[in-house]
Design a protein around this ligand. Structure first.
Ligand SMILES: C[S@@+](CC[C@H](N)C(=O)[O-])C[C@H]1O[C@@H](n2cnc3c(N)ncnc32)[C@H](O)[C@@H]1O
Ligand code: SF4
Ligand code: SF4
Length: 338
């Protein structure tokens, strides 16, 4: 499709961050640095968000609430009701700590999807999230969500569990898949750990595009890619409906320091706009385009900056931050890009 075509159709998804506050401090999360940014800490009112949602409604985007921890934003049910009143679909990912408190309100507000993060068995989950009791609280929230949905006689929200495959935890995602009945979920997705080296961070800074490098910084990047590939194969056989993100056709290369190759593609630049708590509109990994309410979303979606990035990625000129970005479908090449 031509760039003009993309611009007039608008984004298919708005990734809305009502807050970047969080009540956990997960070892793998890269949001902690961003949370220090005062601009991102300024939170907009449900009324301001409603105006943004109504402006976006003609493109029919899916509204995905992320964070931070979205359930820390008290106005979330009101926001969900605005989304539904505008005729749109929406979902959120939560760490589950406050899920029991919000389950009834979320079901009745009409949210379409809820992903609950589960990193493995209780001890692993609580350790990775630096939050004793977190697993039990998430489990209790899932139980309540499921029973509230049944009580309301609804098919929504669809309940999903999202597990991150952390290579340093040998059987954690396996546990999630094997014991899935305890989560009362409709589906499980597994995310590959997003991580980067010091060198990737330096390359990103030199490119000067701004934004952040996805994933966490790891000093030791020595992973047994062959073993992870075997684990993924076994899991895929066990549960064919399991989804992996990003999809990679060479897992071993993903866990090494190789670059994406010519067959790689980005799922975000043509599909997703991100909006920070203070209504700053971003693309890619927090690359700022402007502000909602000051410039139209359609104009920002067709902005020169974003078009330049689309052209670069379409031509196979990936950015340093593309590597292990969860929006990238990887196809690896043995050659390093120029
Ligand atoms: C950034 S969190 C935001 C939502 C919420 N606070 C939560 O933890 O579910 C979204 C998802 O990213 C996952 N995640 C965190 N760090 C990651 C990393 N380095 N690589 C891949 N996924 C990661 C979390 O487990 C969670 O499922
Ligand atoms: S993964 Fe979620 S819960 Fe953990 S620190 Fe990041 S935002 Fe908070
Ligand atoms: S794959 Fe690259 S261009 Fe696409 S969102 Fe990720 S970092 Fe940005």
């Amino acid at each position: 499709m031509s760039s003009a075509g993309h611009a007039s159709r608008g984004p298919g998804m708005l990734r809305v961050l009502p807050t970047v506050r969080c009540n956990m401090a997960c070892s793998t999360c890269n949001l902690r640095a961003e949370m220090l940014d005062a601009k991102q800490r300024h939170e907009s009112s449900p009324d301001s968000w409603r105006r943004v949602i109504n402006e976006a409604a003609p493109f029919k985007p899916y509204i995905y609430f992320a964070g931070g921890e979205p359930l820390l934003y008290e106005g979330l049910p009101e926001l969900i009701r605005s989304v539904k009143a505008a005729g749109l679909h929406c979902g959120l990912t939560t760490n589950g700590w406050l899920l029991s408190r919000w389950a009834t309100a979320l079901v009745h507000a009409g949210v379409d999807d809820i992903w609950v993060s589960i990193d493995g068995q209780a001890a692993t989950h609580d350790r990775l999230r630096l939050a004793p009791g977190a697993f039990e609280r998430a489990l209790e929230g899932l139980r309540l969500l499921h029973s509230e949905r049944r009580r309301a006689g609804r098919a929504q929200p669809r309940i999903h569990v999202n597990a991150v495959l952390n290579p340093s935890c040998s059987d954690a995602v396996e546990y999630v898949v094997h014991t899935r009945s305890q989560f009362h979920c409709d589906s499980i997705s597994i995310q590959h750990l997003s991580f980067h080296s010091q060198e990737a961070r330096a390359r990103h800074a030199a490119e000067g595009f701004g934004g952040t490098v996805p994933g966490c910084y790891l000093a030791n990047l020595q992973f047994d890619g062959a073993n992870i590939a075997r684990r993924v194969e076994r899991l895929a056989t066990l549960l064919p409906s399991l989804t992996f993100q990003p999809t990679t056709d060479s897992i071993m290369d993903y866990y090494s320091e190789r670059w994406p190759g010519p067959g790689s593609s980005c799922n975000s630049l043509w599909r997703i706009l991100e909006i920070l708590p203070d209504l700053t509109v971003c693309a890619c990994n927090s690359i700022e385009l402007g502000r909602a309410g000051e410039q139209s979303l359609l104009r920002l979606w067709g902005s020169c900056r974003l078009e330049q990035m689309r052209a670069a990625v379409q031509a196979g000129r990936f950015l340093a931050c593309c590597f292990r970005c969860c929006y990238m479908n990887f196809s690896f090449s043995r050659q390093m890009p120029q």
